[in-house]
Ligand binder design. Structure first.
Ligand SMILES: [Zn+2]
Length: 231
């Protein structure tokens, strides 16, 4: 089998310590912001002529995938997920009119996707918000729209296997029964979330191939990915 494509659109967010930050809410035993450090210089006396850097990061920094275990104790981990989940058909929903901070309802998804979505698809939610990602400010969070509970259930009922976001994915509709209700509901139904995407405006095709392979981490709830769209 050959995968045919004309163009690759890079839909990953830059992992740049100067412009990427994550919240550290209650419950963390330590903060771990994205940082790179040089642990060996090229020209140290007696060195082998190589530079070596290491990095500190949460598995949730930048474009990444969340396995069900992120929200479900004992849930599936990254290494237990089949690779074909991360290389296959995807559709995009144009939700730019939901900025700033508006609800994405079941009807919105229905109207924008009903003729196009197929069981087993990956669904990318497009607002273009992360095209001007500002390092994760309060304003960035507040301006991000949210899926209503019914919209989240719609994704599950349609058989979506990955939901991708180009805006902060942790907002819920007012009065949701618990914190991070939508993400948790998706995880409980085995749906993978892929937050911190960008450049979705560059995808001009109704249907394309999403590639976002996780690292081969054993025993992890999430993994960074390099997410691309093949058109
Ligand atoms: Zn995450």
């Amino acid at each position: 089998m050959t995968t045919q494509f004309q163009r690759i659109v890079d839909i990953s967010l830059e992992l740049d310590p100067k412009n990427f930050a994550m919240r550290t809410p209650a419950g963390f035993t330590k903060d771990m912001q994205f940082e790179m450090e040089v642990i060996k210089e090229h020209d140290l006396p007696g060195g082998a002529g190589q530079i070596v850097r290491g990095m500190h990061m949460r598995l949730h920094a930048g474009s990444h995938v969340d396995a069900p275990e992120h929200n479900v104790r004992g849930g599936t981990q990254i290494h237990q997920l089949p690779l074909d989940l991360f290389i296959s058909d995807a559709v995009i929903a144009d939700l730019r009119d939901k900025m700033p901070g508006r609800a994405i309802t079941e009807k919105d998804l229905q109207k924008r996707l009903d003729n196009r979505i197929r069981k087993g698809d990956r669904l990318l939610l497009r607002t273009d918000h992360n095209n001007s990602y500002d390092g994760g400010s309060d304003r960035w969070m507040k301006e991000s729209p949210y899926l209503t509970i019914a919209a989240t259930m719609w994704c599950i009922e349609k058989g979506v296997v990955i939901v991708g976001y180009d805006f902060y994915h942790g907002n819920d509709e007012p009065g949701a029964p618990r914190v991070f209700h939508n993400s948790r509901t998706l995880s409980e139904h085995g749906v993978i979330t892929m937050p911190y995407l960008k450049n979705l405006d560059q995808i001009d095709s109704d249907r394309f191939t999403l590639v976002g392979l996780p690292l081969k981490l054993i025993g992890a709830e999430a993994s960074p990915v390099r997410a691309v769209a093949l058109l």
